[in-house]
Design a protein around this ligand. Structure first.
Ligand code: 13P
Ligand code: SF4
Length: 306
């Protein structure tokens, strides 16, 4: 079958079976084209919760499908490729977080949304990369235990110096492949371009950027800004997607290394199997996990509104 033939079959089957297809921004363009919604993980979970679809296919990684399930426990949620996990979401075990909570009993546990459902059950509040600064500012406690991304955490800390932070070493293995040397080389190659980077990059890379934001914020910034050239410091699929959206502008990858292989596990063929009911993995979380994980997400929504 040709790509467009598989895409038409997916579209036909998803309408027939009342399926909603969520596609994270780091997926490839052939998958973007069959999406009901494209975006970041939390925004997609909210879209799924609003939809009347009985089945939701999450084209992304495991923690994203879990977040969809937490917000829509009554829906069937399918992870498009069962092998697609996020090493950062899984870098801390429940045991380690329990030990940290015992060591820092008076700290508020703030979890990046990129964590497993089990870690969310032990957290006080979740944050996304776009909401983290506002939410941490709105937390009454001055003491913050920020997991699992110490890079996003230290970017937040710089903007809220009055608070005291504890971090766990680690981070996103994809964004950490970008180094200050890549910035130096890209600035020489593209002297007129603005450098846009994700806060999952190392502190040293973030310091050199013209703009720091989540994936969606980077895309919005590049579309709206009058500049015509941009160096993109996040997963490289964003370079291609922006080029499709803005054919009159030029986009360059900050580093050819910044490819998330877990995000790239999902193929159009996987999605075709999911809509035919023979592929992917249905996400199942017990009632206690659903309830306790949702508490940290509800707290994020409450603090975001203050
Ligand atoms: P955002 O899409 O929230 O910017 O997160 C980036 C990421 O690494 C997703 O796994
Ligand atoms: Fe995880 Fe990083 Fe891949 Fe996002 S880009 S899924 S944080 S490894």
């Amino acid at each position: 079958m040709l790509i467009h033939e598989i895409q038409s079959e997916i579209q036909r089957l998803k309408r027939e079976k009342n399926i909603c297809i969520l596609v994270h921004a780091y997926q490839s363009h052939d998958i973007w084209e069959i999406a009901d919604y494209v975006g970041d993980s939390f925004g997609l979970s909210q879209k799924a919760a609003e939809s009347d679809a009985e089945t939701v296919i999450m084209c992304g990684v495991r923690f994203m499908a879990e977040t969809v399930k937490i917000l829509s426990p009554q829906k069937r949620v399918i992870l498009s490729n069962a092998e697609a996990g996020c090493p950062m979401a899984e870098q801390i075990s429940v045991e380690l977080l329990s030990q940290l909570k015992a060591k820092y009993p008076d700290y508020t546990v703030v979890s990046y949304i990129n964590t497993t459902a089990n870690l969310k059950t032990l957290s006080d509040v979740c944050v996304t990369s776009s909401s983290a600064v506002k939410i941490v500012k709105n937390i009454e406690n001055e003491k913050i235990l920020f997991i699992p991304d110490c890079n996003l955490g230290s970017w937040v800390q710089k903007q809220i110096p009055e608070k005291q932070f504890q971090f766990v070493p680690g981070g996103c293995p994809t964004h950490l492949l970008i180094t200050p040397k890549h910035v130096e080389q890209a600035r020489i190659m593209h002297p007129n371009a603005l450098l846009l980077v994700h806060p999952e990059c190392s502190e040293k890379v973030v310091e050199l950027a013209d703009y720091v934001g989540s994936t969606t914020q980077i895309m919005d910034f590049a579309k709206k800004n009058p500049a015509t050239e941009f160096i993109i410091g996040t997963e490289n699929s964003i370079v291609q997607h922006l080029q499709f959206d803005c054919p009159d502008k030029r986009f360059f990858a900050l580093s050819k290394n910044c490819v998330c292989h877990n995000m790239k596990m999902t193929t159009l063929g996987d999605v075709y199997e999911c809509v035919r009911g023979i592929g992917g993995e249905e996400i199942s979380l017990d009632a206690d996990t659903l309830r306790d994980a949702k508490r940290s997400i509800d707290e994020m929504l409450r603090l975001e509104k203050l």
